[in-house]
Write a protein that binds this ligand. Structure first.
Ligand code: ACO
Length: 315
């Protein structure tokens, strides 16, 4: 398994899955929520969300697509990591479902860093490849809809379900140029869900903390790569509120034309937002080989993670 000539990793497969059922802003207003499509779109950038997905099923679907793009099967995967805060069961991890459904040969574990989970898992997978693994399937998936308080207009408008996946493979060059990880456990009260409970948050405080933390983290990751904001071809941020994305992009110095925004179609599906946005932008040909990407996530905890990557998929 060890290849002494290889020192890094690169993404060679990608995929995403969103449940078929769509709830538009208008559906929420028609259903009795005291809100409007205009208010939600202006304040968040969201038009609709996908609901009714099971984390294991969406993870499997997204993972299968990523394996297909990579041209590998589960037998070629050393480890699957499912980043999620909404596992189908408390035990075992949702990665067990994916392991079984996709015939993964190697290990399986879940990671819980809420909406930053995919970025944390990607960075961890890169480290594991540096220490010996050949190929890791990294999935970000969440089914938030069962935890949404649907009659609370301050939070019901924000969330949805989905999954995104990548295959990270050993490579002779390092494409993960730099990363920054952080957390502030003292802020865990500003967003949480108790066992059996619903999503509870202080939206304004989450907004402020996210902008402050991700701006600093993104700048550190860019500096760590020896680059400037002008070198970033695409900012692939966590999709929680388009105004959060705009605030971070402007502070870091990245024009919004270079930010991948998918929130209008998906709302915030937590650990899935970054891999879903990446998959979308690769499939619509915005992201091209040789591009430099900045991934930036944050989530309840609060947790945050940024990564600067060269996009260098196999032919
Ligand atoms: N429709 C209409 N009016 C509304 C709605 C709504 N859906 N929601 C709130 N309002 C009203 C409020 O009642 C308030 O009215 P008032 O002035 O009469 O009191 C007014 O609109 C302004 O409300 P604010 O809360 O100040 O609105 P704000 O611009 O802060 O937007 C929001 C609220 C969208 C929640 C924003 O703060 C936000 O996006 N925060 C970040 C939340 C987030 O990202 N959470 C997920 C984190 S990631 C994770 O780990 C899961």
């Amino acid at each position: 398994m060890n290849n002494p000539n290889a020192s890094g990793s690169r993404i060679v497969g990608w995929g995403s899955d969103l449940p078929e059922k769509v709830l538009t802003n208008q559906d929420l207003a028609d259903g009795g929520l005291d809100t409007s499509d205009e208010w939600i779109f202006e304040r968040t950038g969201i038009r609709q969300r996908h609901v009714g997905g099971k984390t294991g099923e969406m993870s499997t679907n997204a993972g299968r697509k990523a394996l297909e793009v990579a041209g590998v099967t589960g037998a070629d995967i050393d480890l699957v990591i499912v980043a999620t805060s909404t596992p189908d069961q408390l035990m075992p991890g949702t990665s067990a479902t994916v392991h079984s459904e996709l015939g993964i040969r190697g290990g399986a574990c879940d990671m819980q860093a809420v909406c930053s989970g995919f970025s944390y898992a990607l960075i961890a997978a890169n480290g594991l490849i540096q220490t010996g693994l050949d190929r890791v399937l990294v999935i970000g998936a969440d089914s938030l809809s069962p935890y949404v308080e649907w009659d609370n207009r301050s939070s019901a408008i924000l969330f949805g379900d989905g999954a995104g996946a990548v295959v990270l493979e050993r490579h002779s060059e390092e494409t993960l140029l730099s990363f920054d990880l952080g957390a502030d456990g003292d802020s865990r009260h500003i967003g949480f869900t108790d066992h059996g409970g619903k999503i509870t948050m202080d939206g304004k405080e989450v907004f402020r903390t996210a902008v402050r933390a991700v701006t600093k983290s993104a700048q550190q990751a860019i500096d760590g790569a020896g680059l400037t904001a002008a070198d970033i071809d695409w900012f692939v941020p966590h999709q929680a509120n388009v105004r959060i994305i705009e605030a971070i992009a402007s502070r870091v110095g990245i024009p919004m034309e270079r930010a991948i925004v998918t929130i209008q179609d998906t709302a915030n599906n937590s650990a899935a937002t970054i891999p879903v946005a990446l998959d979308t932008a690769v499939r619509d040909d915005r992201v091209q080989p040789g591009d430099t990407l900045l991934l930036g996530g944050f989530g309840f905890g609060m947790t945050w993670a940024s990564a600067v990557m060269k996009w260098d998929p196999r032919d």
